[in-house]
Design a protein around this ligand. Structure first.
Ligand code: CP
Length: 297
């Protein structure tokens, strides 16, 4: 059976801790991963745009000695009408060692995993999960707090469209977080899938007594704009800036950031408790550890 990496919901707490331990080992000791994936062929196929995830999966594979084949959506036979499914089926016939897949449809990596013996690594599926983002976020939190247990975390923004939020809901249950949400009512989930997650009543409450505040991007490609009067109004009511930035909480954002919407440019570039580039740096090691989890059995 292939060892897939499909979502936080499919991992035990022990799996997550083991992946994070491996990521930190790789971060602290460059000897520990050299040539661990020599002669492995990893195909990345992104049906949605990406900068951070795609590049860090590629750098991660190359640091470990693997060959990386990026399928360029625009130049592939997908543009001639071949289905996503047939594309993966034909690529599978070339016997790569893993697929890294991002897709706009929720559940697509899970669906693929039912039709191939090659490990599937989910690089973000629709509004469902972004598990490697969750791992790199946990690394960043652990570096700052020393423990992941019982953290006070608020997620602000476009929650209903967010695969990052859904992965963190799964994390929150495993690590006993006090997780809350804040954002425009039109972007907050209804009770059927938020279980007992608290909705903050004001931005002041959302920022108060938190270890971490995770800001989410307004996803204009998923029509989030229709849930808002305007981006400047969002910035006024829900945005973080140098005046309201909490001094005793760390600010995170998975990126890409809409500057001066979720976070002011000044706050983004001038405060040490804004951890966005720490997250991106950890992303390489998190993804190396994901490869190790799937391929080094
Ligand atoms: N955080 C994240 O998934 O960024 P990209 O869309 O650039 O990969």
């Amino acid at each position: 059976m292939p060892k897939n990496f499909l979502g936080i919901r499919y991992l035990s707490k022990g799996d997550i801790e083991s992946i994070i331990d491996t990521a930190f080992e790789y971060k602290s000791n460059s000897e520990s991963y050299v040539n661990t994936l020599t002669n492995k062929n990893i195909i990345t196929i992104f049906f949605e745009n990406s900068t951070r995830t795609r590049t860090s999966f590629e750098i991660a594979a190359k640091k470990m000695g693997a060959n990386v084949i990026n399928i360029d959506y625009e130049k592939s036979s997908l543009k001639k009408g071949e289905t996503d499914f047939d594309t993966i089926k034909n690529l599978s016939a070339m016997h790569p060692d893993a697929f890294v897949v991002r897709h706009y449809h929720s559940g697509y990596p899970y669906f693929l995993s039912k039709f191939t013996d090659i490990p599937i690594i989910n690089a973000g599926d629709g509004t469902s999960e972004h598990p490697s983002q969750a791992i790199l976020d946990l690394m960043t939190m652990l570096e700052k707090k020393g423990s992941l247990e019982g953290l006070n975390v608020c997620i602000i923004g476009d929650i209903i469209n967010s695969r990052v939020a859904r992965s963190h809901i799964e994390i929150s249950e495993k690590f006993n977080w006090n997780l809350s949400f804040f954002g425009p009512n039109t972007m907050l989930p209804k009770a059927d899938w938020i279980k007992e997650i608290k909705i903050e009543k004001s931005l002041r409450d959302a920022l108060s007594k938190k270890d971490f505040v995770i800001l989410l991007r307004i996803q204009l490609e998923r029509n989030s704009g229709q849930n808002l009067p305007s981006l400047s109004e969002y910035a006024g009511f829900f945005g973080i800036n140098e005046k309201n930035l909490p001094k005793d909480a760390y600010i995170m954002h998975p990126g890409p950031v809409n500057r001066d919407v979720e976070l002011s440019s000044y706050a983004m570039d001038n405060f040490d408790n804004v951890l966005i580039t720490n997250q991106v740096e950890n992303g390489v090691y998190a993804r190396m550890a994901v490869y190790s989890f799937c391929l080094n059995q």
